[in-house]
Structures are given as structure tokens and as C-alpha cells.
Write a protein that binds this ligand. Structure first.
Ligand code: B12
Ligand code: SF4
Length: 507
């Protein structure tokens, strides 16, 4: 268990469950901790997500995978923990609002303010297990309340506990200032500015990559000053930033050393910036350059400080030139680590795969999205299928495990097309060496801030979105729910265990 020490801290940074990664500690909070440290401020990270996940260790069989970090997460275990978590929220699925056809209302936060307000209020009473668990972890271990409690929120599945935590902090530590941040806050910042119900127990929201703003806020509050508005203006996108996260040793010790993978981000933004389903216009609107020498310095510092050997590069689009330049710098520095990255399929990967594998690239997530030309045009991400197959084969044959990101169920897509895409994926998987091709098989979500939502094509009708939700209800093809089950079964294939079966009875 991560303990909050008695040493006086300036800010406690809480990562609420549930977020589907048992291998990668959350990077955003560690970047905030580093920036605060540079300003002489002490920030303690309380990773409640891993605490929650670990409390269910053993609830599902372990799935061995050759894929690095959260690209190869244990899906059965995570789905099991998520289902338990959602049941524990007490959120009434019967009261879902604007529920997309294949969504779980509790995972996507498809509820009205009132429904959520009642559920979070109930969670802070003794009738529910949350307050005892949170009391012990947050309040039991420090006698000196921090002046700031930050809550990090990447996605909707963290909203419930984030709000519960904010309520409890206001009850136990009324003088502590509560601050929300993270990409889900960035995405919702305009809505938050327009509706005070978002920030009922929260003093400030800091959208954007706000590590410097967070440090400034903590410092200013110490001096008795505070921001002028509840929504602090986001930093101008594109500024340069420190690559090196700061973690406390006890924060990393809770992760399984066999799979612990340190996330790193070297560039913000995306050089492609076109995919119509993506949130890049809001969350990552400007591109920063890669400084490969600085990247390798950060890796070396983490190797020597924490003995880490696995890294997951979290840049939204780590291009082939970026990978090559990182590989060159790693070779120059004599650094031997295993790393993963996410990119688009590009012909040059066929040539460079052996060299990148030699430089430690172990897993490559490829944003293929769809194999159908019409759908590729809708997404504005057109790629030749033969080229993609060559890239998959070259990587897998070189020892780079490939994760194919695929999206099914686009507007006007037929079930036959979706099945052809699934067959295509299975063929890629089956013809590669065992374990070298995996897939992330998703149904299209039309999400806030994406070009598809901002400017829907004529065939898309948006039916509405709940206040904290990420995705809209829309006129999706009718056959998607049945396909969703099959995609899930394919993703969970290795154990033959369904999350439902693994969850068993309620605790
Ligand atoms: C890694 C990752 C994941 C991993 C996270 C594992 C882990 N332990 O970190 C996994 C696979 C679990 C994941 C899941 C999901 N992800 Co994700 N993910 C990413 C990715 C690729 C990198 C995140 C990262 O580390 N960035 C680098 C750090 C430094 O940035 P950051 O986290 O945003 O933190 C900065 C700011 O947000 C802010 N900040 C963060 N916390 C706090 C707290 C306070 C108090 C303050 C003031 C500021 C602050 O300051 C930080 C430093 O600059 C991003 C894309 C990207 N390149 O950012 C997508 C991204 C964040 N994910 C996204 C999505 C959609 C999801 C899912 C909803 C997918 C799904 N359908 O299930 C889930 C939601 C999970 C959840 N937590 O609720 C979207 C957007 C989410 C949103 N709501 O806006 C993104 C932007 C990708 C995209 N373009 O679509 N994801
Ligand atoms: S999906 Fe990836 S490549 Fe496309 S715009 Fe978003 S970040 Fe860029």
C-alpha cells in the first residue's frame, strides 16, 4: 500500500480508479511532481488506481503476453476489476442519459448531474465501502493536511471516484484547496466554464498540459494568493517541457516488477492531425519537436535511479523519423532498454523494422483503424492495405510485437464489412509468429471535440451527450451490439474466461 508520509507536503495528487492499466504508472501526475520539485514544492502522488487494481489481484488468471506495458495489458483482469468497481459505484444503469448503443453507462459516465450527485453523495456515507477505504488511504496516514489536493482525470471512468474524493476532502480537510486536471478536464473545460455543477466540490480546474500552472498555483496559494477564475486558462499549446517524470520509490514498488513499464512522452501533439474520430483538436492542438538527446538522458536517469528497463513512449504519433532518431541516440549513449511506441503504418517501417528492433523497439501500436477505403476516407486516414500487411509482417518477423488498432461499426458500414475486417485481423494474427500480433478492437465512438462531432457528415445524427461523458449517442448501425460481444471475446481469447464469470458474486 502507498502511504502518505508524515513529512509535510505541499500538494497531494490523487489518481482515482478506474483506469485500465496495471503496468504503467500514470505519467501526467509524475510530470506535475517533477515541475513542482523544480520550484521547491513537495508533491506526493497517491495512485488509488493501482491500489484498487491490486486489491483484486488473483481475481482473474494471469495472461502471459509478449507485448510491452499497457499495450499488452491483462484484459481479463482489468475487465474483472472494472466490473467490480462499477457495481460498487451504485450508479443506476436504468437512469443512463444519452447512452451510446454499445457503451457501459458507468464506464462512460452517461448520467445526468443529478444521478451522479446522488450516487457520489451516497458513496461518502458509511453504507458504502468507499469512504472507509478512502479515509484510510487519504486521511489516515497524514496528520498535516496538504494545502492543495489535485485530482487527475484522464477519462470518464475516473469521474465517479474523483467526485467522491473531492467531496471527502472538503469534509475532512476543509482548508485544502481541491484542483482538477487531466485530459478529460481539458476536453470538458468549455462546459465546465459554462456550468458550475461540474465543480461542485472543486475549487479550480486546470486544463491543458498544466504542470507549470499547477506549481504556480500551489506556490501562490502558499503566499495567500489564488487564481482569478475557477477555470485557470490553459497554457498556450506547444511550449517546451521536461521529459523526466518524478516518482517516489514507494509509488513504483506497488507495481509488479515483471511488467512495470515507465511511460514517457517526448512530443505533444500529432504531426498528422487529421483523423476525424480523434480528440486532437482539443486535447493536443499543437506539435512540439523531439529532442532525442534529451529523451535518452531522461531514459538513462530513470534506468539509474529506479533500475527500470521497460519504457512506453506515449506520444500520440511517434513517427518513423522520430523512432530512428531515438534509436541513434540510444546507440550513441550505449543505452540498452526495451521500448514501445504508437504510430501509423508507413512503408519505410518495412526497411527500418530490423534496425528499430535492434535498438530495443519491442512493441509497436499501429493506428490502422479501418481496412475499407470508404471508411478510411471518412476518417481521413487513407492507407494501402498491402502496405499495412507488409509492415505488420516486417515488424513481427523482426521481433517487434504489433498491436493493431481497429475501429468497427462506422456510419453506414455493413455487418459483412465489419466481419471482413475481423477476418483480416485474425489472418494477420494467425500468420505471424505466435504472440507477435495482437489487436485493440473497438466500436466507433463519436467523441467530444473530434471533427466527427464538431462537423458531423450527413449520415451521422448526434442524439446527445451526458455532461461528464466522452461520447455521443448517435444513429449507429443496428448490428453493433452483437459484434461488440464477439470483438470482446476475441480480445479476451487467451484464457477462455469471461469477465462476467471471473467477477463472480458481489463482495
Ligand atoms: C497512455 C494513455 C492511456 C493509458 C493510460 C495508462 C497510464 N497509466 O497512464 C490507458 C491505456 C489506460 C488509457 C486509457 C484511456 N484513454 Co488514453 N491515452 C493515453 C495517451 C496515449 C498518453 C497519456 C499520457 O501519459 N500523456 C502524457 C501526459 C504527460 O499527459 P496527461 O496525462 O494529459 O497529463 C498532463 C495534463 O493532462 C495535466 N494533468 C494531468 N493530471 C493532472 C492533475 C492535475 C491536478 C492538474 C492540475 C493537471 C493534470 O498535466 C499533465 C502534464 O502535462 C493519451 C494521448 C496523449 N498523447 O496524451 C491518450 C488519451 C489521454 N486517452 C484517451 C482516451 C479516449 C482514453 C480512454 C477513454 C479510452 C477508452 N475508450 O477506454 C481510456 C480512459 C482511461 C481513464 N483513465 O479513464 C484520449 C482522450 C481522453 C479524454 N477524455 O480527453 C487521449 C488524449 C487519446 C486521444 N487522442 O484520443 N489511455
Ligand atoms: S488518431 Fe493518432 S494519427 Fe490520427 S490525429 Fe489522432 S493522434 Fe494523430
Amino acid at each position: 500500500m502507498t502511504m502518505v508520509s508524515d513529512a509535510v507536503i505541499d500538494a497531494l495528487l490523487i489518481v482515482p480508479p478506474i483506469s485500465p492499466s496495471e503496468t504503467n504508472p500514470p505519467l501526467g501526475p509524475m510530470i506535475l511532481a517533477r515541475a513542482a520539485d523544480r520550484h521547491g514544492l513537495k508533491v506526493k502522488i497517491l495512485d488509488l488506481n493501482i491500489e484498487y487494481l491490486l486489491s483484486f489481484q488473483g481475481a482473474a488468471e494471469t495472461v502471459e503476453t509478449g507485448v510491452l506495458g499497457d499495450h499488452g495489458k491483462n484484459r481479463v483482469f482489468l475487465a474483472t476489476a472494472a466490473e467490480r468497481f462499477f457495481r460498487g459505484t451504485g450508479l443506476p444503469t436504468t437512469e443512463a442519459l444519452h447512452l451510446p448503443d454499445t457503451a457501459d453507462a458507468r464506464a462512460g459516465m452517461h448520467f445526468a448531474f443529478d444521478t451522479l450527485h446522488h450516487a457520489t453523495a451516497r458513496a461518502t456515507t458509511d453504507a458504502m465501502p468507499w469512504s472507509e477505504w478512502l479515509d484510510e488511504l487519504i486521511f489516515g496516514a497524514t496528520t498535516t493536511p496538504p494545502s492543495v489536493v489535485g485530482i487527475s482525470m484522464m477519462g470518464p471512468s475516473q469521474v465517479f471516484l474523483a467526485l467522491v474524493v473531492a467531496r471527502l476532502v472538503k469534509r475532512h480537510w476543509p482548508r485544502s484547496v481541491t484542483v482538477l486536471g487531466g485530459s478529460h478536464v481539458t476536453l470538458l473545460s468549455a462546459e465546465m466554464a459554462a456550468d458550475p455543477r461540474y465543480l461542485a466540490f472543486v475549487d479550480f480546474a486546470l486544463p491543458g498540459h498544466s504542470e507549470e500552472e499547477f506549481a504556480a498555483l500551489v506556490r501562490d496559494l502558499r503566499l495567500g494568493r489564488g487564481p482569478a477564475t475557477a477555470i485557470v486558462p490553459a497554457p498556450v499549446p506547444g511550449r517546451s517541457f521536461d521529459y523526466l517524470p518524478l516518482a517516489a520509490a514507494d509509488q513504483l514498488r506497488v507495481y509488479d516488477p515483471a511488467t512495470l513499464t515507465m511511460p514517457l512522452q517526448f512530443t505533444r501533439g500529432c504531426s498528422y492531425r487529421r483523423c476525424t474520430f480523434c480528440t486532437y483538436p482539443v486535447v493536443e492542438p499543437a506539435l512540439t519537436p523531439l529532442h532525442a538527446a534529451r529523451a535518452v538522458q531522461a531514459i538513462n536517469a530513470l534506468v539509474s535511479e529506479y533500475g527500470l528497463t521497460r519504457f512506453s513512449i506515449k506520444d500520440s504519433l511517434f513517427t518513423v523519423p522520430m523512432m530512428l532518431s531515438l534509436a541513434d541516440e540510444l546507440a550513441r549513449a550505449g543505452t540498452h532498454v526495451r521500448w514501445s511506441a504508437t504510430t501509423k503504418a508507413t512503408r519505410s517501417l518495412v526497411t527500418h523494422a530490423p534496425r528499430l528492433a535492434g535498438a530495443g523497439l519491442t512493441t509497436l501500436e499501429l493506428g490502422v483503424e479501418t481496412i475499407h477505403p470508404r471508411s478510411q476516407r471518412l476518417f481521413d486516414k487513407v492507407a494501402d492495405l498491402g502496405m499495412i500487411e507488409d509492415v505488420v509482417r516486417a515488424c513481427a518477423d523482426s521481433g517487434i510485437a504489433v498491436v493493431l488498432n481497429l475501429i468497427f461499426g462506422l456510419p453506414k458500414e455493413s455487418l459483412d464489412q465489419a466481419e471482413r475486417q475481423l477476418d483480416w485481423f485474425l489472418r494477420q494474427r494467425d500468420r505471424a509468429p505466435a504472440g507477435m500480433v495482437d489487436g485493440s478492437l473497438n466500436l466507433l465512438e463519436i467523441v467530444r471535440g473530434s471533427p466527427l462531432a464538431l462537423n458531423p457528415p450527413p449520415e451521422v445524427e448526434l442524439h446527445g451527450i451526458a455532461p461528464w461523458a466522452y461520447s455521443y449517442a448517435w444513429n449507429a448501425p443496428m448490428w453493433r451490439p452483437e459484434l461488440a460481444e464477439r470483438l470482446r471475446a476475441v480480445e479476451l481469447r487467451s484464457t477462455g474466461l469471461t469477465p462476467q464469470a471471473a467477477v463472480g458474486a458481489d463482495p
